[in-house]
Design a protein around this ligand. Structure first.
Ligand code: COA
Length: 383
């Protein structure tokens, strides 16, 4: 029996990856794909990107409102108190192969953090908030430490005075970033913080829905984020730009790829059918950083590809398209782009996990069975 042929009869929602299916109620974020609007807890992403900080966004996603000054100070204190990784986790990371994929390193190290948190299996709001703070504080430390370790360098100790964005860049490079770079990076974290029921957030909610602990839900979310159709796209965008290499070759490269039915990374979106509002900011950062570094080639090449994709397919860039050249201009290694996505998205994941625990119902959909029935077992030697 031809399974492939039968699969074609699957229902529309199953066949199209649950597109348009509402699978949870949430007050955290909303995506209006027709009008290109993204909100976090009622605030427009453009307003937040221009005016807020990543720490404020974390508070917003966890508590549903922007923090007052003393609440923000308390949040920063809770982060800075656990910026440092448990020594056993650093030792574990030292034992990883130098050529391990950074997302695999992150997934494994986050999973192991569970051993060193006494409250790990307590899914009450109070305990989960503590675990969430630990993860928001320690994932950046892990990503920076793994980069140092694979290059044979000692990890840099986090500086408790610094915010998450500045601290990350400092620990990554061993020197303080400029105020401009730190602010651009902070906005990048704001832009990637939440995106409703994207694949990794849905994964986190499914795992949390079993009442597994926060570490388990986040470990699974990291695995989902690592795929090239989700968070992995930003690294592939930069690989593509480098492979094209020269503006003059962009048109032929994209046309050949489209003729070969290949997908252009960083283009298209499952929900947005217009400009992804996050791309609006990242495009500006790519330009600004390119101009500041005297290297506008990657920005210009990206613009060219954007134009071709609009002309040929009527498709828009997504969040990954311009984050690639933005991070490249900040001197961040290509394979850290997706871990950086996790540095930000941990805020949204934990917001959704808290929300799931609060009003939990096991997530258990059904599959449309398209296989055969009533077959009789045939002994091995008679088949
Ligand atoms: N480049 C070229 N063609 C694309 C494309 C892309 N980036 N994205 C979608 N298409 C085409 C598909 O080939 C398909 O064409 P067809 O109908 O002729 O077969 C059509 O558009 C629909 O594609 P589909 O993958 O079903 O749409 P989707 O809504 O499920 O896809 C994405 C959303 C994001 C998975 C898809 O656009 C994609 O793979 N983009 C590249 C990866 C990426 O940037 N991911 C990050 C998302 S934030």
């Amino acid at each position: 029996m031809d399974k492939g042929k039968d699969a074609a009869t699957a229902s529309a929602s199953a066949a199209t990856g649950l597109r348009g299916v509402v699978a949870a109620s949430s007050s955290i974020g909303d995506v209006d794909g027709v009008n290109g609007v993204l909100i976090y807890e009622g605030y427009d992403i453009h307003d937040l990107a221009r005016n807020s900080t990543f720490e404020e966004i974390v508070y917003l996603l966890w508590h549903g409102q922007l923090p007052k000054r003393e609440e923000l100070d308390a949040l920063h204190k809770s982060f800075s108190e656990c910026y440092e990784l448990p020594a056993a986790i650093l030792d574990l990371m030292r034992s990883f192969p130098r050529d391990a994929e950074p997302m695999d390193v992150l997934r494994t190290a986050v999973s192991a953090l569970d051993f060193y948190d006494k409250g790990a299996h307590d899914t009450s709001r109070e305990a989960s908030l503590k675990t969430a703070a630990r993860l928001v504080a320690q994932i950046p430390t892990m990503v920076a430490a793994s980069e140092r370790l694979r290059n044979g360098l000692e990890p840099i100790k986090p500086n408790p005075e610094l915010n998450i964005a500045t601290n990350f860049l400092y620990m990554l490079k061993g020197e303080m970033p400029t105020a401009e770079d730190a602010r651009i990076f902070d906005i990048c974290l704001i832009l990637h913080a939440d995106h409703e029921l994207n694949a990794s957030t849905f994964t986190a909610r499914v795992v949390a829905g079993t009442l597994a602990d926060v570490y388990g839900a986040v470990t699974a979310a990291i695995a989902a984020l690592s795929g090239p159709l989700h968070g992995g796209a930003n690294t592939n965008v930069m690989k593509m730009l480098l492979e094209i290499g020269d503006m003059d070759k962009a048109e032929a490269f994209i046309m050949d790829a489209l003729a070969a039915k290949k997908k252009i990374m960083g283009i298209g979106h499952a929900v947005y059918k217009t400009e992804d509002p996050r791309a609006t900011h990242l495009r500006l950062f790519s330009k600004e950083l390119g101009e500041r570094n005297g290297e506008t080639k990657w920005y210009e090449m990206s613009r060219k590809i954007e134009e071709i994709m609009m002309r040929e397919k009527g498709m828009y860039p997504n969040v990954d398209f311009y984050s690639a050249s933005t991070y490249y201009m900040m001197g961040i290694p290509l394979d850290l782009y997706t871990p950086i996505f996790a540095v930000s998205r941990i805020s949204g994941w934990t917001g959704h996990i808290l929300e799931q625990y609060e009003n939990n119902k096991l997530i258990r959909p059904r599959a449309e069975y398209i296989g055969q029935r009533d077959l009789k077992y045939v002994p091995l030697d008679e088949r």
